[in-house]
Design a binder for this molecule. Sequence first.
Ligand code: ZN
Length: 442
Amino acid sequence: MVTRFENGIVVTLGKNSRVLWNATVITDGELVAAVGDSAEMKRRFPDAEPVDCSGKIVLPGFICTHHHFYSTMARGMGIPGEPAANFVQILERLWWKVDRALAEEDILLSAQLPLIDCIRNGTTTIIDHHASPSMRDGSLDLIEKAVRQAGVRASLCYEVSDRNVIGGGIAENERFIKKVGKGDGQIAAMMGLHASFTISDETAGKCVGIAKDAGVGCHIHVAEDAADREDSLTRYKVPTVNRLDKLGMTGEKSIFVHCVHIDESEMDVLAATKTAVVHNPESNMNNAVGVTPLLKLLHKGALVGLGTDGMGSDMLVQMRCAYLLHRLANHDPRVAFMEAPQLLLQNNAEIAERQFGLRLGEIAEGRPADLAILDYYPPTPLSEANFLGHLIFGLVDATVDTTVCRGKVLMQGKKVVSMDEERLAARSRELAPKMWKRLQEL
Ligand SMILES: [Zn+2]
């Protein structure tokens, strides 16, 4: 099907990003067929289905490089006992109970609802990190089903750890990686691991072996809290990144999430091995774990992307949070204006390309047809020269009207067409209290 997304302001992004007023994007099947002046596009593609984008800005669909769909049912849940006073207590009292309490239908709904949020926020590609120890085998198939229903793209993995059972989750990753193979551009697979402090050398070795044989990367939380660094220094006599590097976990296809408590030599290892780092500013602030040395990592040439860590699915909000956090943390109002958008717009596209083999994050002929179309009347002139100012101070508050992924319209006029949000949320409200009850008994 050929569609004309016409009469909008198109921001192409990519290497030579252009801002085109009164422009049209033509999609043909899963790809962009042409981009240009609206009158010319109408002449060239008169039979295409028109979608009016006047009063709107057309951007490539956003990418989230670290998410946890499974955290959905924790929203609004009371946690018994004293409030958690540190990161390890947050894991022990909250997340390591939430994941154990999840049953089969919870897993499916816990993916479907944040996927709807992704569509509502124009996020069309997600790299997820899943855990559900009580319903582990087959859990990635449930999430795959939800992703295919939603119509977005996702890379999936199960977070292996030794905390419930030694090597728990290795078989689920291996099975799913084999099933997905090279992927179809919509679903990809990684080898997931929880974190250095919850995996032995033996478990890590098995994971790396499977990942290397299949040619996929490892997706793991790294030095999120000082406890992970201390554990590595105490038990293995090297800092976290060095331990994981020795185990063979670094590399272009791997994703090291957080990297808050790392030193300069670890940053050098990340840059030299081309390992991707994913920064999650809202989550780090929420857990009070510290501030990722973002500017130093970028300066050293490390590839750093942006994720939500399950806090939400709005990537523009996350980008602005990174911008504000690093200005404050560095006590310098000159920094992060370029860097925060770079994480979202360029680096996430590069990380996604390593997983999906597709160049996302750019509107150009032959590129995948993934679009986020937002309501936006610029109150000041808008061009390539000042796009980032509009992004950080205007678009962050603009509403996504239409979301397109793989050439299919997933939301139009703010109505999600691929899934029934009202019905799914109602079912989730029925199941969540039962899940909370099971959790209290753990
Ligand atoms: Zn995470």
